[in-house]
Write a protein that binds this ligand. Sequence first.
Ligand SMILES: Nc1ncnc2c1ncn2[C@@H]1O[C@H](COP(=O)(O)OP(=O)(O)OP(=O)(O)O)[C@@H](O)[C@H]1O
Ligand SMILES: [Mg+2]
Length: 615
Amino acid sequence: MPRPSESDTDNALERLPKAALNRDGLRETWALATYMRPYRSRFFVGMGSLFASATLGLLFPLLAGALIDAAMNNSQAAVPVLGPLTLNQIALTLAVSILFQAAGSFSSALAFNRVGQSALADLRSATYARMLSLPMTFFGQRRVGELASRVSTDIAQIEGALIDSLPQLCRQAVFLSGGLVLIAATSLPLTAVMLGTLPLLIAAAVFFGRRLRAFSRETQDRLADSQTIVEETLQAIASVKSFANEAFELRRYDSANHATLAAALKAARWRAVFVAFFIAALFGGILIVLWYGARLLQMGALTGGELTRFVLYTTFVGGAMAQSAELFSQIQKTVGATQRVREILHEKVEDEGASTEAPTATRLRGEVAFEHVSFRYPSRPDITVLHEIDLVARPGERIALVGPSGAGKSTLTALLLRFYDPEAGTLRIDGRDARDYPLAWLRNQMALVPQDVVLFGGSILENISYGRPGADLAAVEGAAQQANAHDFIAAFPEGYETLVGDRGIKLSGGQRQRIAIARALLKNPAILILDEATSSLDSESERLVQEALDHLMQGRTTFVIAHRLATIRDVNRIAVIDGGKVVETGTHDELSARPDGLYRHLSALQFGATPTPQS
Ligand SMILES: Nc1ncnc2c1ncn2[C@@H]1O[C@H](COP(=O)(O)OP(=O)(O)OP(=O)(O)O)[C@@H](O)[C@H]1O
Ligand SMILES: [Mg+2]
């Protein structure tokens, strides 16, 4: 899955839904604070420095006012706590306070970033660990790519809240409360005038801002639409070109693009109105306060210093009020994001198996018995996929599963791997209920070679040793040799270090399959599942893969799913599955001899023999 680009993340953050600030949401958010616990001392350092620097910031207008008064008195001015100071002394005090304020801000920003980033790294690991241990049922019910990007957006939101919004909120709270107290102490009538005008202006600004945001969201939606067209067509570029539909796609894109433009132009008008309004409101508000203050000054009810102080505090208070709306919406989004992340952390993990102790034998003998096994997928409870399956494989036997598409062959092997558990009946492995084994131990005894092998981004060496992490090069080469993969790997200039996957070279289907076989050989499982491992190969690679499979199957219980019956002639037994039931079992010869059997019918279709007319 491609990583979302920077602007995608911004877009996604912008669109995050807000949650109501109720008790549950806040409790969940608080629960997430446990991730900060290991870093709490640093967190308190951050809080301490933040309050110190905010308080120093609050002193600034006070000292600035004193500076003006000292200038107008042509001598000293009284500064609270410090007593009467000259103009230069006041300026010096201001300079020192600015230095301390900067130091405090540095220390708090650093502390919050460190605490936030460390806590988030832990949270990401915890979420990923939880996702990995969720049962297949969970993944069956969700679009996994969507889930992954949603979680990363949610965590980015929480990150922003920890690193920016929380400190901002504290700082603005200090400015708002301290500022209000200090302006009230300076001049009550002027405070009344200010409080009468400011909230109105801010409410209007918030209203305009909302409208504006709605319009930009509209633009982004239209942009996303046109982006989807681009992605779709580029992904299916071969189809577009083979149908010569370039012009058609371009028209489709153009109309989406025009819709984007129209929305953007509408947003542009509102943005211009907003900017104009904001400028007028900002300066208008200051003008009203200043005008009234100047009159008070004229009447001698206020000194010049007090007026300066007042105007500066007003900008603090106004700024804090204006920010509070944005901060509040950030908090709402964060609560929503937290709830969604916590949902995943609360999801039930896979059943680890009744016994957590590994069985005394280090290796299974490989006896598998399905006893009256029935199963429905939890995501589609209305369809019974397997009906009372009875099927036994003795250690080392090769069992072929054949039957029409959708019969339930892959599902049967999914039960064997314990991706799901039977709804009724029992799956026994070496005579013991499969649920009694520790899950990871059990899966370590099995290997699956699927039809469509997906390699991980990394070297061929890493991909093969995925079967047994930590295996040395000699073991990997040995496995590759047995899997008929060594020759083609050695032919690459970089040999086993050749990169494959998204960013590496592309391997053919047969090559990927042989790598998967080498991986399985390295794992050395007692039970092997081959799900159509040779279906998409030409006859030459099929021969190579078949040879490799013959090596792989030796001494292991093997389930082979195959549509091409020629590949399963020498298995011990063939189970024909149709509509979720085992309808026939026997060897190739036995089943071919049955006059109206499904197997005989299927093999007649494939080998071209005329089926005997049914009696
Ligand atoms: N994850 C799933 N969730 C819900 N239903 C599923 C899921 N996987 C398969 N099914 C359904 O279960 C039935 C059996 O599917 P299964 O994949 O086992 O068939 P199959 O025999 O392997 O077919 P094929 O030969 O085409 O691979 C089908 O009806 C399918 O739609
Ligand atoms: Mg299948």
